[in-house]
Design a protein around this ligand. Sequence first.
Ligand SMILES: Nc1ncnc2c1ncn2[C@@H]1O[C@H](COP(=O)(O)OP(=O)(O)OP(=O)(O)O)[C@@H](O)[C@H]1O
Length: 629
Amino acid sequence: MAQEEMQFQAEVSRLLDIVAHSLYSEKEIFLRELISNASDACDRLRYAALTQPELMGEDGSFAIRLKADPGAKTLTIADNGIGMGRQDLIDNLGTIARSGTAAFVEQLESKPEGTSLIGQFGVGFYSAFMVAKQVEVSTRKAGEAEGWRWTSDGQGAFSVAEDGEAPAHGTRIVLHLRDGDEEYLDPMRIRQIVATYSDHIAVPVILESRKEDEPDQTLNAASALWTRPKSEITEEQYKEFYHHVGHTFDEPWLRLHFKAEGVLEYTGLLFIPSTKPFDLFHPDRKTGIKLYVKRVFITDDCSELLPSYLRFLRGIVDTEDLPLNVSRELLQNNPRLAKIRSALVKRVLGELKKKAAKAPEEYATFWNTFGAVFKEGLYEDQAQRDTLIELARFRSTAGEGLVSLADYVARMKPGQDAIYTITGGDPEALAKSPQIEGFVAKGVEVLLLSDPVDDFWLTAVPDYDAKPFKSVTRGGADLDKVAKPEGEEESDTEKSEDSSPALDALIAFVKLTLKDAVKDVRPSGRLTSSPVCLVADEGDMDMHLERLLKQQNQLERSSARILEINPDHALIKALSDQVGKDGAGGVLEDAAWLLLDQALVMEGEPLPDAAAFSRRLSALVERGLVSGG
Ligand SMILES: Nc1ncnc2c1ncn2[C@@H]1O[C@H](COP(=O)(O)OP(=O)(O)OP(=O)(O)O)[C@@H](O)[C@H]1O
């Protein structure tokens, strides 16, 4: 097949532009990225060869070979891994398949410090263009007859042609270094980079000698990091392993390295990242834990290994107890794997518990990053629910920090028999909701729940410590039973009776006016400074959950709400005084609709008839101005 010219996907071009022009100080990471890819390619062939040994050809073992040629100013990185077919080349080295990358590229472009983010996130293969003006990739997929050659100067296009010189299987990448980047030809420098970033790679990384009488040198320890004694592993090595295995480039927040012996034998090296990956909520996201059997990589997409609410974990699990030729299908419903899974969950939750107790501030950082995902476990993992609920943290009306449910219950007011919650999109807005006014006034804490998942776990978890969860936007406020904060006596004069003839008349009038637009109109026990608010009836769905379901088209109509009226509010008192007066009917009718519209606005809901709202508001203000002036 003749040489074909192809364009990079737009995101790749933009990324390459940033990469090439970055004055990024840690350019050396290009080698880490290429060695990491080469090692993954060896892992994949090792797995494939379990069932098709012929794929290995003449090769008995895997290696990543580096060769520097000062004369040609080239650095070559070659592996005898799985290699790539023609379409693989086009797909892998012409596009960015990883979800969330478009967002990442945008971030790089928009921020002045963007280029320094490259090191944090890693741009994989494309980082080669940080040091190379021309890159040649010669590759043959194990088991295929044709080899292919990919070349590019990183300027918008690449070419692909058949290549008779490609390795028997695997990939050879030749970097034609830019002027000024000759340091990457220096054996000392190469050795230092490999030692820094790639020592943990389980495949030997070999620097080919330039002199006949000098042997090649292996630059890394070439044993799987997790099999080494903990005392021999440095923090740096752990960190670099985490970067390699997790394809993330932040600092790990937590590390767990353990060996289980007994009925089941397995080693785990797990990490919790400190930053949120772009694709945490992406449906196609893989689990992030690689499964090895007796040091052989099996899969990085084993959803049986950890529940999805722990999908932020990165790392490996290596077990002696599964057969090497375990197929991906066999992994499903595998009882041994299920046992490993529940042991892993226990271990991870145990570690989190320790952190939460010993270092609450650090724990809060974790919670702010992954709490929204973690809470999915509250409805997904019944077996662990009690542990999970103890680990959960919430914002509340009590202050800035996060609270646990144990804290909440410990400071419940005398007479309070429920854990009060409000759900919504934005914690700031929630803290200003009219429905919580009365609770705040009485010193009753309300949990401000602003993650979409909150509405769902609340439907699955009825109570904590025998105290039911109760939404402040649903049903009655039953605040009467709760004692006032100390020093504030309950006085008869301070709060008017819930019903008075004038108030009753106003309520009857509003009901008559609004008809089916509301389910009911009633005096409120939960308002202090706002004149009105909406609540759902006791048996109805929570208002926020209903809104969410409507947004997702899972619900067609919302149920009518109850309009609650604050009997102590000056506006309500003034309106009550008007009921029954001659000529007040028109004003009161407008006012009734405006009260409902106002309550809707406070809920962040659209007004059903914005034109009518505007007309009524203008009319009322005009009247006020004319009669006031
Ligand atoms: N040496 C190699 N042998 C075989 N396939 C390779 C090799 N290098 C890259 N690839 C293929 O190209 C893909 C893209 O590589 P790239 O480094 O850009 O991204 P990645 O490894 O998937 O993720 P990351 O950006 O985190 O490194 C890889 O997923 C792999 O399929």
